[in-house]
Ligand binder design. Sequence first.
Ligand code: ZN
Length: 144
Amino acid sequence: MITAAQGVKVTTPCVTCGGVLVRDIGQFIDGGQLRWSVEGQCRACPNAWCETGAGPTPEEIRRALLDEHGAVRLRLATKEIKETSLVLVLRALRDMSHLSLGEARLMAAELSGAGLVGTSVEMARLADGLRKRSVATTLAPSPT
Ligand SMILES: [Zn+2]
């Protein structure tokens, strides 16, 4: 089930014929997993392809989404993390992202401080995972 999605259409010259190539770029959450896809199709020739993947999204795709839609900032709803909720936050982050404990601690520190910044789909996925562990968060637009 797709629970969040964001997309952008980017046009570039086609390498085959020089016509207009439209790339339909997207990032989405399917069954709790972060996925991305690119569908390219030339308006003038048969040049077309489709690429899709799971896990960390290629930087080029993130850039295109951030340029079009802007970034969002995810923060914990409560400023002070108590020791018990820190455990929940760390567990949620490690479940979702296969982080080491050190990486999860850094992420938790950012969440309780300035906030984590990313695409709205990436941050929605983190917010969902944290909500499942009863950790409340806030999402707000962030200047890039
Ligand atoms: Zn073409």
